[in-house]
Write a protein that binds this ligand. Sequence first.
Ligand code: FAD
Ligand code: FO1
Length: 463
Amino acid sequence: MVNPHRVFIIDKIPVAKKGPVVYWMSREQRVHDNWALLFAANKANELLVPLYIVFTLAPNFCNANTRHYDFLIKGLQQVEKEVNALGASFHLLLGEPPSTLNSFVHEVEAALLVSDFDPLQVKQAWKAELSSSIKINHIEVDAHNIVPCRFVSQKVEFAAYTLRPKLKKLLPEFLTDFPQLPTLKVKLQKQSTNVIEALHWLSPNTEVKPINWLKPGFVEGSIMLEDFIANKLNGYSSKRNDPLANGQSNLSPYLHFGHLSAQRVAVNIVKADAPVIDKEAFLDELVVRRELSDNFCFYNNDYDNPNGFHNWAKISLAEHANDEREFTYLLTEFENANTHDDLWNAAQLEMVHTGKMHGYMRMYWAKKILEWTEDVSEAMEFAIYLNDKYSLDGRDPNGYAGIAWSIGGVHDRAWGKRPVFGKIRFMNYNGCKRKFDVEGYISRANDWVADKMISHKINEILQ
Ligand code: FAD
Ligand code: FO1
């Protein structure tokens, strides 16, 4: 029922305890369309034991702040309700795993621990530390990729064109609909852990406000998907690169927090009544580009620094390391959208105010950080810091791969040499002007600032 190629044995012990099956939910924060949960539920029925679902809430996870924890916790509130309705129990463990998880599985004498695949080093380190501190059967299930990351390729892929054929060959086996969750044979009484309390426990950095134009959770993500299919899929291939056309799906926060399964999205897109050119353009991004990012982060430990670049890029950037920078900015100047370039500032303001910068502008935004910093390490550091701090979909393999593509030519080819960039693909203001209404994009961003100033003024008057 769960394709064995999704399943990876992390630890196997000779004699298992007789306790429950514990699913350590992390990347896939949903009950529906979740291969890891399906696997754990079947195992619980096989062993005739109850199913416990655990989420370990790590304070300041990779510099996350209120914007991210608000979205995550509200999504988990829905998960808790749905888990209780299944007759399983939901446990929110407060604190850095694996210490919290270690004592939990010990306490309940878990027969099996199921986790979900995540290529990020922080997650790999959690699993390694857990495995060295407790003896327990631990199985990992890839519930994020349509074609399991460990299976589709055993090495860092050079680019989309090298991974695409490997994915295409396997999609018929893996791009399937989901089976129903089995009815649990051993049900537990409804428990109430008040997930929303966790926000107070966390008391995260409140400098970056939650966003309210996207509502978190599986239900809202599904509505967003259906709305995209009904109203925006048709024309996606031409509109997706116009920052003013509102042509993207806005699904990335739901995919990042696992409120939605990419496989569910792909299955619904394939079934949709829309032009083939638009469906193919969208699926290439959702399946090839997104799964290429997991491949990059899983097999390249330097996914967040210049050591992870190809040699041609390292050599070329080094050759131009001492080129005269026409402008250089400090992190605070970038962060406050305080550069000489009003288009770049507008992109920064879009990310700060809405929590989501348009995909086309992300490329321009990152490439200008390379152009306006002292060196490529600083450029990577600034881009990752700002993207993770303000983007709702930050701290994601797509982000590390997207920034490495923009600044280090990862998954791209070499281009004609330019100052500072060397052979890294160049983008400039005039190129954007030829593509879309730059003035319109800038004035929209300035409206956000004006609105914010007005609301500050109103608050001052009301106080
Ligand atoms: P749509 O165009 O509707 O695409 C649908 C889905 O396809 C996306 O949700 C995503 O899962 C996938 N996808 C689309 N474009 C890409 C891409 N270029 N690479 C990988 N997957 C893609 N994506 C993130 O999820 N988090 C990030 O932090 C992030 N940072 C980025 C930084 C830079 C510098 C660049 C160049 C790209 C970054 N991306 C990131 C990739 C891409 O820009 C976003 O996935 C996309 O804009 C998300 O919006 P959407 O879901 O509305 O996109
Ligand atoms: N995953 C967890 O297992 N525990 C957390 O406390 C946690 C917090 C968190 C905050 C912001 C954010 O963007 C992601 C966060 N994640 C957490 C990880 C997330 O669910 C994804 O698994 C990865 O970031 C993407 O690979």
